[in-house]
Ligand binder design. Structure first.
Ligand code: AMP
Ligand code: MG
Length: 419
C-alpha cells in the first residue's frame, strides 16, 4: 500500500507537490486496463456501445449498378453530338428490374435506385429528354457512364467497415443495417459505482434544515456516466464518518470496475476520503495544479479504480471531463480520439493568476461580422454550476498565464466533442 503525502495547504498558489494536468493524465493512463469480455447485442441495443470486433461486410454496397436519377438507361456508345432518338423498350423501377434485352438504339425508362439493365452503362436525366409514344429524343451534352452508381462503389465484400474499439453512432447503425447485419459483438459495459460524501447533503424530497443543501453531484455524475453508456450504481449520500465511508468504499469496489466519489478530498477536518483510500487500497495522487479541481484523489481499491473528485459542483464536472471520461473510454475498450481544440479570439478580458492550469467556462458565439469568438461565462467560482449550464466550451489557460486581454487568441475545447 502506497503512502500519501498529507496536508499541503490548498491556499498555496504555487504548490510544488501538485502534479501538472499532463502528469496526472499520464499517471492515470498507466493503470487503465480495457475490458476484455464481450456480448452479442441486437443492433438497436448497441447504440453507444463499443465494438469488440470489426464489422466485415458480407456483401457489396450497392449490390448492383443502379440509377442515380429518374431518366432513361442507355448504351454509352449510342451517344451522339446532335439530338438523337432511341426506342423505349420497357421500364425499370426500384426493386423491379427490367428483365429484357436492350439494343444499342434502344433505352429503358428508369427510376432512381432501379437496377441498370446489364447492357446499359449510362443514364440520361429525364429533364434532357423529349418523349413521344415509345420514342425518346435526347438533347444536350451526355457522357458515357454518367448517373450510374456502380455495384460495390461504397463497400466491397470483405471490407472492414468499422474497426474494433469504435463506439456505435446512429450513422453506424444505419451502415451496419445496410449490410444486413442484425446482431453485433460489443464490449461489456463498464460498471461504475458512485456516491456523494458530506454531512450537509440531502437528497431530493428531503426537507432542508439550516446549513444543508441538496446533493447535485450525483445527478451530474449520473448524466455524464449515462452518456458514456456506463452501467451505473448510485450509492446515495454517505456522511463524513470514517466507518460509513469505509463500508461504502469497500462495497463499491467489490461491485464496480470504477468507483467515483465527490467531496471530502480537501484538507478540512472531516475530509476522510484520502485516508480511507490509503487504508483500503492505494492512493496515487491527490493534488493537481489546476482550477477548478485541485484536490483529486486517484487510486485503486482491489481491482477497482478510484476517483475521489472534489465536492464543488463545477470541479466535479471539470475533473470528470478532463480525467475520468478519457479513462472510462479507454477502459471500455474505445479507441483514442483526443477532443478537438480550437483557437479563437476572446471578446472578454479573462482574469487569471499564474500557478494553475485553468478550465474556465466559455461561450462560443458569432459576432456581428459572423466571426466565431469566445467570452467567459462571468464569475468562475467552482460552486457556480450555472456556469456549466450556460457554457458551450472550456477556455484552456496555461498555468503560467497572468490574465488575458480582450482580442487575444485563446484555446477552447467545445463541449460538443465531449459526448
Ligand atoms: P468538500 O470537497 O467536501 O469540502 O466540498 C466542497 C464544497 O462542495 C462544499 O461547499 C460542499 O457543500 C459542496 N458539495 C460537496 N458535495 C456536494 C454535492 N454532492 N452536491 C452539491 N454540493 C456539494
Ligand atoms: Mg464535504
Amino acid at each position: 500500500m502506497a503512502e500519501f503525502i498529507p496536508d499541503p495547504s490548498c491556499a498555496d498558489p504555487q504548490d510544488q507537490q501538485s502534479l501538472s494536468v499532463d502528469q496526472a493524465r499520464a499517471q492515470i493512463e498507466q493503470l487503465l486496463k480495457p475490458v476484455s469480455s464481450w456480448q452479442k447485442l441486437a443492433l438497436r441495443e448497441a447504440l453507444g456501445q463499443v465494438l469488440h470486433a470489426p464489422i466485415i461486410s458480407p456483401l457489396q454496397v450497392p449490390p448492383h449498378n443502379n440509377s442515380a436519377m429518374d431518366g432513361y438507361a442507355i448504351h454509352g456508345k449510342a451517344i451522339q453530338e446532335q439530338p438523337f432518338t432511341l426506342k423505349m423498350v420497357g421500364t425499370a423501377y426500384a426493386g423491379q428490374p427490367f428483365n429484357g434485352k436492350v439494343g444499342v438504339n434502344e433505352c429503358v425508362r428508369i427510376m432512381t435506385g432501379a437496377m441498370v439493365p446489364e447492357e446499359c452503362d449510362t443514364v440520361v436525366m429525364q429533364e434532357q429528354v423529349e418523349a413521344e409514344g415509345d420514342s425518346i429524343t435526347v438533347h444536350g451534352q451526355q457522357n458515357p457512364g454518367q448517373n450510374v452508381r456502380m455495384a460495390g462503389e461504397d463497400i466491397q465484400q470483405g471490407d472492414s467497415v468499422l474497426p474494433a474499439g469504435h463506439r456505435i453512432t446512429p450513422a453506424d447503425m444505419g451502415l451496419i443495417a445496410s449490410l444486413g447485419i442484425g446482431e453485433i459483438r460489443v464490449k461489456r459495459r463498464l460498471r461504475v459505482a458512485f456516491f456523494s460524501t458530506g454531512d450537509e447533503l440531502r437528497s431530493i424530497g428531503e426537507p432542508l434544515k439550516a446549513g444543508q443543501i441538496y446533493d447535485s453531484n450525483r445527478y451530474t455524475l449520473y448524466g455524464m456516466l449515462k452518456r458514456l453508456d456506463a452501467d451505473v450504481l448510485d450509492m446515495g449520500v454517505v456522511p463524513d464518518e470514517r466507518v460509513a465511508l469505509k463500508q461504502a468504499l469497500r462495497q463499491a469496489a467489490e461491485e464496480a470496475d470504477v468507483v467515483i466519489t465527490s467531496g471530502g478530498v480537501s484538507v478540512g477536518d472531516a475530509d476522510y476520503v484520502k485516508e480511507i483510500l490509503a487504508e483500503l487500497g492505494q492512493v496515487n495522487f491527490w493534488k493537481i495544479a489546476m482550477k477548478p479541481g485541485r484536490p483529486l484523489a486517484f487510486g485503486q481499491v482491489n481491482n477497482a479504480l478510484f476517483f475521489g473528485l472534489p465536492g464543488n459542483p463545477v470541479s466535479v464536472m471539470v475533473t470528470f471531463y478532463q480525467f475520468v471520461q478519457p479513462a472510462l473510454k479507454k477502459m471500455a475498450g474505445e479507441n483514442d480520439h483526443p477532443l478537438p481544440l480550437m483557437q479563437v479570439e476572446t471578446a472578454s478580458k479573462i482574469r487569471k493568476r499564474p500557478g494553475r492550469f485553468e478550465f474556465q467556462r466559455g461561450i462560443l458565439f458569432e459576432d456581428d461580422k459572423g466571426q466565431l469568438k469566445v467570452q467567459t461565462t462571468g464569475q468562475q467560482g467552482s460552486g457556480i454550476l450555472r456556469s456549466m449550464s450556460v457554457a458551450n466550451c472550456f477556455i484552456l489557460i496555461d498555468e503560467h498565464c497572468n490574465g488575458i486581454e480582450a482580442g487575444t487568441i485563446v484555446t477552447v475545447q467545445p463541449f460538443a466533442g465531449l459526448v
